[in-house]
Design a binder for this molecule. Structure first.
Ligand SMILES: C[S@@+](CC[C@H](N)C(=O)[O-])C[C@H]1O[C@@H](n2cnc3c(N)ncnc32)[C@H](O)[C@@H]1O
Length: 277
């Protein structure tokens, strides 16, 4: 079965519009994007690739930090996301390319890209193919900056470990779905992380890239933000045979059991790699 955020879900107008509205109201994607753009050292860049750029939340800080003469390519395979981006982010330096991340070397010149930045998406791609293609397009010394959700990387920031806010919204969603819809939650046994740093390092060196820095960072938010995020169709839960309306009913009931202002902490593994000079 496809994962609930399988890529086909991104190419839908309802998801694209909801995602864009979320990024405007809450800082999660703009803050993580800014953090990556900062680490890409764009001050002297001429060409930057925003990989899996979606509706442009990452392109925005790239454009702000890159020189006025720089060009930015935002590549994503969801046309619906890019339709929203084209409408809301109008900058002549930015080119939208609808293509798979795995094919990025067909859409950027070889050895000429100063930085590739990828916010909140790399674990959804075919990592060996993407890393090899990144190596092809980066100039010697060029930077590859991306992040991995803490659950996928198997990391937790100290702030997340010390934050205790009672049952998570995800837990409550499962409880409500079980109570009202006869849902059987998956076993709570933690899954092995899909993309730990050791695997990232191995994939980077197999592609000829060098790991420069890896840091676990904390993203501070609230239960209200988490609720808004879980309202985006591609992220709505639980998995299984539910309509979106049913998922939203479950979410509303679960949310009613929380303290909306309670702080939440999300961990990210932020990685900087480089093509050797
Ligand atoms: C969470 S969004 C992040 C978008 C943007 N970087 C941001 O921070 O707002 C994930 C994006 O990855 C894209 N994506 C996932 N897998 C992809 C692939 N293999 N090739 C191209 N885009 C992909 C989706 O279409 C979606 O727009």
């Amino acid at each position: 079965m496809a994962p609930h955020d399988a890529v086909h879900g991104w190419d839908e107008d309802t998801t694209a519009e909801a995602y864009d509205a979320f990024t405007r109201e809450f800082p999660m994607y703009s803050a993580t994007s800014r953090e990556l753009a900062r680490r890409a050292h764009l001050a002297d860049s001429r060409l930057v690739l925003d990989l899996c750029g979606g509706a442009g939340a990452t392109a925005k800080p790239i454009l702000e930090l890159a020189p006025a003469t720089a060009r930015v390519i935002s590549l994503d395979n969801a046309a619906a996301m890019q339709r929203v981006g084209r409408r809301t982010l109008d900058d002549p330096r930015l080119t939208w390319v609808t293509a798979a991340a795995e094919d990025l070397d067909r859409h950027a010149p070889a050895a000429d890209v100063d930085a590739v930045v990828c916010n909140s998406a790399i674990w959804k791609t075919d990592i060996p193919r993407v890393f090899t293609a990144v190596h092809t397009v980066l100039r010697p010394g060029g930077r590859f900056v991306f992040n991995i959700g803490g659950g996928f990387a198997g990391v937790r920031h100290d702030d997340e470990k010390s934050a205790h806010t009672g049952p998570s919204l995800n837990r409550l969603i499962h409880d409500v779905a079980a109570r009202d819809y006869g849902y059987t939650p998956p076993p709570t046994r933690p899954a092995a992380p899909k993309l730990p740093l050791e695997a990232v390092s191995a994939h980077l060196s197999a592609a000829g890239l060098v790991l420069v820095d890896a840091e676990v960072i904390a993203q501070h938010g609230s239960v209200a933000e988490k609720r808004a995020w879980l309202s985006i169709p591609v992220f709505a839960r639980p998995d299984g045979d539910f309509t979106h309306a049913q998922r939203m009913d479950i979410l509303a009931k679960a949310y009613a059991l929380t303290t909306p202002d309670a702080p939440t902490v999300t961990s990210w593994l932020t990685v900087v790699a480089q093509r050797p000079k």
